[in-house]
Design a protein. Sequence first.
Length: 447
Amino acid sequence: MTTPIVAIVGRVNVGKSTLLNRLAGKRLAVVGDLPGITRDRVFAPASCHGRELLLVDTGGWQAKPQTTLGEMVKQQVEVAISQADVIIFLTDAKEGLIPADEEIADILRAANKKVVLAINKVDSTSQANLVADFYSLGMGTPIAISAYHNRGIDELMSVVLASLPPSTTSFAEPEGARLAIVGRPNVGKSTLLNALLGSERAIVHEAPGTTRDTLDAMLCWDNERILLIDTAGIKRRGRIGTGVDYYSLLRALQAINRCDIALLLIDASEFLTAQDMHIAGYIIEVGKGMVLVVNKWDLIPQEQRREFKQYMEHRIKFMSYVPAVYISAKLGHNISRILPLAWQVWQERQKRLPSSEVDMVVKQAVENYPPPRVGCRQLRIARAYQDELSSSVFVLQVNDPKLVHFSYQRYLENKLRHNFGFRGSPLHLIFTKARSRSNKKIKAVET
């Protein structure tokens, strides 16, 4: 099942990045830094009414760029349009309809894509009349929004979701674990794929890939079905070209969204690079399981291996729950350890926990180490339970989510992991305001 792509297209300074941040629910850091060739290009996963999306912010459109960089941005916008399932055509109400908007409308009509016309910077109901001129574009009913003030966003996304192709039914995706081999270019992803498929225990057949630049291969391992997804290398910021490079990047990010476990392959001869960390950050951001696979281990002298591992543990301290395996895909060393490790991570992600046990562990953690006070107030937790849809997400009902400090959230994550495991998967804690009944109990405790 491929995550649909929603591209935000428009001329410069109409608020495309503001809208992306609004839809993604936050200002983007690691995600925004991962794939862009310019500062205006950002990718972000988002979830809207239970539908997973991949949002793409594009650079401002210029019909006749005056610089090489401007020409590159224009080419990127054209590729984004060609690959999108739905396009949000964003315009500026305060500047009104200008010739550049009409040029973009002509391009979108020629692309024969589903387009949702959004008029940004309509900050109040009194400005609704500013939308009227945009009907002349012939792009359907304009939707008045204010990305900055969060006006009209629900209406916009309702139309976007209605324009998407229907969700793929569950039987379209093979049952069992889905493993995506991801990493920078030239770290040995295809070599690893071939090595895994060449296992004597594997019965292999080729399954049709969902895209031209990813390869799906189904194998039977230890009587279990596993789908392997090979992907194009994810280049670091500033090195992504146009056309095929950009297309491959989109598909690699889709593969991460689609998989259960990402095998993050790194090159031991180059240690752990900043781009490796960016890719790891994206995997964590979308809540996928991960196994760190250190390839080309045969190139590291025996006397340096202990120091290398210590360095590695220090660099990935923020994801110490992720297991690592050191291999040589070319020579076949330790290849047999990868699938058992990935399968263990996948099984951990299938855990369903009794709500009473989760609640007890969290409240015991609070009793052992109460949260710090913020002024005269203190965080109180009424109830904790595992999310019904995602096993690695936990919901905590509290008196005031604003009282949650990052360090205390990390403390609770560590306690949950210590008691319940979830090796290889990030734990996401969602703090919601307790309902009135729970609030009464909290206030009674406080008094």
